[in-house]
Design a protein around this ligand. Structure first.
Ligand SMILES: C[S@@+](CC[C@H](N)C(=O)[O-])C[C@H]1O[C@@H](n2cnc3c(N)ncnc32)[C@H](O)[C@@H]1O
Length: 206
């Protein structure tokens, strides 16, 4: 999957950005709930957030603008450069790290993370990668951390993401409880992917 993303980022074929812009209102509402439920913020007003597979950083920048202390990680160098440029252009402080979410640890991306955001990363990984990502994320999580995951429903899509459902999340994140599974907006997706039935999942570290 990373080779596909490396090529996609290099040639600027990033349809998920349009989808993200179209569903920005829903994402903002999900973040507002995280903020409302956080009674004892540490450091930054709402705590620390880690954007997993940040791409060109739209969500990381939105988090920072909302007052989170943000680290963003992506495996693709072009994406990392774009995310850094976006943060600079918006005048916000986002630490962008080039790393693999299946190999990162607190020493690389920071520990005690309060909120993880995964918009379209987990759902493209193979099973072994998902298990490794689950271990890495859990190692970086604060007690009671929450995670928002956007994933297509499972399906055969050639080089496109294979999707993930609640059982896949439960397998990769055994130390987490699934709090919510809600249908996501498809309006910004290319026609080809409108049947992918993306869902927003919310998990909390047990
Ligand atoms: C569908 S894109 C979404 C990007 C961004 N979250 C957004 O919504 O604009 C998925 C991103 O995950 C990144 N990615 C995929 N596998 C990864 C891995 N193992 N480690 C880090 N990043 C990865 C890709 O490079 C890509 O930027």
């Amino acid at each position: 999957m990373s080779l596909v993303y490396a090529v996609a980022h290099r040639i600027g074929l990033t349809p998920w950005e349009r989808a993200g812009a179209a569903s920005a209102g829903r994402a903002a509402a999900l973040l507002a709930r995280e903020e409302a439920e956080r009674s004892a913020p540490r450091g930054a007003p709402h705590g620390s957030a880690l954007d997993l597979g940040c791409g060109s950083g739209a969500h990381a920048v939105a988090l920072a603008e909302r007052g989170w202390r943000v680290t963003a990680v992506d495996a693709v160098g072009v994406a990392v450069a774009r995310a850094r440029a976006r943060a600079l252009a918006h005048g916000v402080d986002v630490r962008v790290v080039q790393a693999d979410v299946t190999r990162m640890g607190p020493e690389l991306v920071g520990g005690d993370v309060d909120l993880f955001l995964d918009v379209g990363c987990f759902h493209g990984l193979r099973d072994a990668q998902r298990a490794a990502m689950g271990r890495c994320v859990t190692a970086c999580a604060a007690g009671g951390a929450t995670m928002l995951v956007l994933a297509f429903r499972p399906g055969r899509r050639g080089p496109l993401p294979r999707g993930a459902d609640r059982a896949d999340l439960a397998a990769a994140y055994p130390g987490w409880d699934l709090l919510e599974d809600a249908v996501a907006d498809v309006s910004g997706l290319p026609l080809l992917l409108r049947g992918s039935a993306p869902h927003w999942y919310r998990l909390r570290r047990s």
